[in-house]
Design a protein around this ligand. Structure first.
Ligand SMILES: *Cc1c(COP(=O)(O)O)cnc(C)c1O
Length: 470
């Protein structure tokens, strides 16, 4: 190493010297000695690297203010959780990658309460005896769906796996070719069947399946009949689907259970909110389905969970399956799900209290008014190079629910004022994602769009626009 480099390196303060600085003591109080020491080592290593590359030019890095700034940056990043809150302005209300349903205040309060201390998770307060964690939910689920019994697991994929494994292991399950769905994240009915230990018997064709196809597929090896709600696509044109009611009559006649995977199943008729009708769990139960499975965090608007409702004897069997133990819900989710389901006892309040329903049923006028409030702060934040306008757009429900339906909405569209946008829109999207609470929009045609259907914290959103770095 040349002499001048050596003398520069000798000016780098030691870890101990930096630890003794006044601002470091403040940092230690906040982050703890271990993390601050770690940060100092990293910052020193970085300064030494810069000296080797830049020699004298690296000298300003040795100043106390610069060192403290670097420490703050490091500690801020090191203590930032990986899982963070973001603004979902994609226009997809139930966005699987962005965490699906936003929980109701009532659900959040219930989670905090049970998280803070001990609870009667599996304990009967009246008798002082051991209890069942499903007991907090099953009555409520039965009341809301009209089923005889209920149980819950971690998600609907687990629910389907558990039901098939319980009822169909080493047996055959006929399913219509028109219902062999794949949903995102590699959930495919044929694969789940295999893992559940059942033999899938494909019947009918992609577009048409008749009741006689089911009747002909039934043999001594048949475990049950299964219907799958094709929640994320529609088959149109020359089609024939056998209803749950028709299948139920056949299943009864042959003494077989009928199961249905509803997927996005809801508990209310969504058409009352101007949304298209989606099959409800009550409808499945009353049309004679013996076991119904559906998700907690899709249209229901609760936490991630798989709900299983149906005939008492079958639910009892499902609960006894040892796999159930590996899929059971934790207390925090049970608290959130119970609180969410309780809201359904007062259907008139749903649009106000369940964020998913609130956002899905938000009127275009409401979204327009919101766009007008946000437009000016946005104009100021993006500066001269961009133009901001309010445009009509289409939101979608998401999570494979009602796939072809679109909800009229309003977006703030940010376009470039001069020439072709080129990479400028991508840079804009990057800048919005780099905000303290990242904003997720979408680029469509020649503009960056922020669909405001899911924006509720307006002040939080506009305040942080001052931090936008373009
Ligand atoms: C979404 C869906 C599933 C999977 O549910 P998760 O809660 O995501 O595990 C299964 N079947 C259908 C029909 C679905 O729509």
């Amino acid at each position: 190493m040349p002499d001048d480099q050596k003398s520069l390196h000798s000016k780098v303060p030691s870890v101990d010297a930096i630890l003794r600085l006044e601002p470091s003591i403040v940092l230690i109080e906040r982050y703890g000695r271990a993390l601050v020491t770690d940060a100092i080592r990293t910052v020193i290593a970085d300064i030494r690297r810069q000296i080797s590359e830049l020699a004298e030019e690296a000298l300003p890095l040795l100043e106390e203010a610069s060192i403290i700034e670097q420490l703050n940056l490091f500690l801020d990043r090191a203590t930032q959780p990986s899982l963070r809150a973001v603004y979902n302005l994609t226009g997809t209300v139930l966005h699987t990658n962005l965490g699906r349903a936003v929980l109701a205040e009532e659900a959040i309060e219930a989670m905090v309460k049970v998280a803070k201390g001990a609870s009667n998770l599996e304990y009967e307060i009246g008798s002082g005896k051991r209890g069942d964690r499903d007991s907090h939910l099953d009555e409520l689920l039965c009341k809301l769906t009209g089923a005889e019994a209920a149980t819950v697991v971690n998600n609907n994929a687990a629910a389907v796996l558990l039901v098939l494994n319980t009822l169909g292991q080493r047996k055959e399950v006929p399913v219509s070719r028109g219902e062999l769905i794949e949903i995102g994240g590699a959930f495919r009915i044929p694969d789940i069947m295999k893992r559940a230990g059942c033999k899938l018997v494909e019947i009918g064709t992609t577009n048409r399946t008749h009741l006689k196809d089911y009747a002909e597929a039934i043999s001594g090896k048949t475990a049950c009949l299964m219907k799958v709600h094709t929640s994320n696509y529609t088959v149109q044109g020359f089609t024939k689907e056998v209803t749950a009611q028709e299948m139920s009559a056949l299943a009864r006649d042959r003494n077989l259970p009928l199961i249905e995977d509803l997927g996005s199943g809801t508990l209310i008729d969504l058409s009352q909110f101007g949304l298209p009708h989606e099959p409800t769990a009550q409808e499945a139960v009353s049309s004679g389905v013996d076991v119904v499975t559906f998700s907690g965090d899709k249209l229901l608007g609760g936490p991630q969970a798989g709900l299983i409702v149906g005939r008492k004897d079958l639910i009892a069997k499902i609960k006894k399956n040892p796999m159930k133990r590996a899929m059971r819900l934790d207390k925090v989710t049970i608290a959130a799900l119970t609180a969410t389901l309780q809201l359904y006892l007062d259907p008139d309040s749903l649009a106000a209290r369940i964020p998913t329903i609130r956002m899905l049923s938000r009127s275009v006028e409401d979204i327009q008014a919101l766009a007008e409030r946000v437009q000016n702060p946005l104009v100021a934040a993006v500066g001269d190079g961009f133009a901001v306008s309010i445009i009509d757009c289409q939101s979608q429900i998401g999570s494979g629910s009602l796939p072809v339906e679109r909800l009229p909405s309003k977006a703030l569209a940010i376009g470039t004022t001069k020439g072709k946008p080129g990479g400028k829109l991508q840079k804009l999207a990057d800048a919005f994602r780099a905000l303290p609470m990242p904003v997720i929009g979408r680029i469509q045609d020649d503009a960056y769009l922020l669909d405001l259907r899911c924006l509720e914290d307006i002040d939080g959103f506009t305040t942080q626009l001052g931090d936008l770095k373009l």
